[in-house]
Design a protein around this ligand. Sequence first.
Ligand code: BG6
Length: 524
Amino acid sequence: MRSVSMVEVSRDRVMTSVQEKISPDDESLQPAEPCVIVIFGAAGDLTKRLLIPALYNLANGKLLPQEFAVVGFARHEMSSEDFRSKLSQDIQEFATVEVKSEVWDWFQQRVYYVQGNFDDADAYQKLKELLAKLDEEHGTRGNYLYYLATSDSFFSKIIQQLGDVGLMQEEDEHWRRAIIEKPFGHDLNSARDLNQSIGSVLKESQIYRIDHYLGKETVQNILVFRFGNGLFEPVWNRNYIDHVQITVAETVGVEGRGGFYENAGALRDMIPNHLFQLLAMIAMEPPLSFDADTLRSEKSKLLQAIVPMSEGDVHSHAVRGQYNEGTVKDKHVPAYRAESRVSPDSNTETFAAMKLMIDNWRWAGVPFYIRTGKVMPKRVSEIAIQFKRVPHLMFRQTAVEKLAPSFLVLHIQPDEGISLQFEAKVPGPVIRMGAVEMDFHYADYFGMTPSTGYETLIYDCMIGDATLFQRSDNVEVGWSVVQPILDAWKGSSANFPNYAAGTWGPQEANDLLERDGRHWRKIE
Ligand code: BG6
C-alpha cells in the first residue's frame, strides 16, 4: 500500500513524496531496506542519464540505506575502478542537482562491476560470488534488486540465468526483485510469451514492469485530484463530459534511435504503455484502496472496457502519420526517411491518433481521442476534458455556437498544473462572453526539485510497493486493445510522409474529430 500523508499546503514549500524529498532534511520518509541494486546494461545510456542520477538523488535525500551497494553488469571490458570513474564523470554531466562530494563519495564507495555476456553462465556465477561478498562487507542481507536496462531481447535470458544460478530464489529473510524496462513485448503474443517465460522463474510479486509515466508526479496526482476532492468526481461521467483528449507531443525526432524506432513506431512506442496509463488514471473507477493490486485491477477493468476495433474501424478510428522535413523551434528537421538507420521508403509511423469508446456505465457514448507524435511544434503532455455545453442559452446576444466549451486541462509536462477554462462575462453594458482560465501551477505551490522521474519507482521497488508498476494483465490488455491496429497497419502501406515536421500531424487527425463536430484543443 502506498503511504499517503496529509499536509497543510501553502505557497511555501511542502514535501510529501520521494520526488520532492530530494532535500536531505525531510523526516517523513524512511530509507529503503538494505539491498544491492544490480544494473544489467550498466554501460548504456539509461544508466548514466537516469538511473545513477536518480540513485544519487535518493542518496542525497537519505532514502538509500546505509547497507547498500550498486553492481553494474555489462558486456564492456571494465574493472570496478573503471566503472566508478566513468560514473564519477557521467554524474557531473547528468545530475539533476549540484553533486555534493560527501554524498558522491559515500555512493561511489559502494559501486562494483561485473563484466559478462548476458548469456554467459560463468558471468552469473561471478556475480553470485560478488553479491555474497557484498552481503558480508556492506550488510546488504541478500536483498537484491535487478534492474534490466538492456535491450528487450535479453529480458528472458537474464531472468533465466539469474534463476539458474539461484539468484532469484526468495526466502523468508531476503527478497529478490526485478525491474523490467520497456518495451514489454512488441505485440500481444510476444508480451504473453515474455510474461510466461519470466513467470516460470519469478512470482508476480517479484516482477516490477516499469512505465516511467507512472513516475511522473502529475500522473500520480490524477488520482489525488479525482479521488481526494469531492468537487470533480460527481461530474466525471457521460452526463457532464462531452469528450476527452489526450495529447503526448514531442519536439524531438528519433534522436539516433532509427534502428529501434523502425521496428517500433509511435503506436507501439507510446500508446499501449504511456498513453494508456494516462487514460486508465483518468477514466478508471475509484479503487477501494491505494493498494497495488486493487489499483491495478481497476486499470485493467477500464482497458478491458474499450470497444475492440474491427479492421473497418481501424480505417475510420485510427490515423497514422510520418513526418516530412520541416521546422521545429526554428531549426530545420530532415524527413524521418532521411534519418540514419531508417529505410528510405519506411512505412513506420511517427504519429498516431485514435478515437476510443469505453463501453461501461460511466463512459458510454463519450469519445476519448488520443494522439502522440514526434517533431510536433511543442513538447506537451496533457489531458483535456471538455464539458457539455449548456442545454439552453439565455443570453440572446451570444449565439450558442460561439460559446467556447468549458475545458478542464491536466497539464502533465513540461509545465505541470491544472487549468479550468470557462465562460465569463466581458465587462460592459451588454452581455458578452469570453473564455477565461483559472490556472494552478505546481511550481507555485510546491516548488519543483529537479529529478529524473525514476526516484520514486526505484525507491518503491526497494520497499516492495508495486502500485506504480504494471501487472502482467495490465500489459496484456494494453496490447490487446492496439493489436487490431497493429495488424491492419502492418498489412497495408501508408501514404507517407504526410505531415511536415513542426506541425500537429496529418490532416486526417483533424478529420477524426471534425467528423464528430469537434476539434483538437488549440495548444499554444
Ligand atoms: C519512451 C519512448 O518510452 O518515452 C521515447 O521510447 C519517448 O520514444 C519517451 O521519447 C517520452 O518520454 P517523456 O518522459 O520525455 O515524455
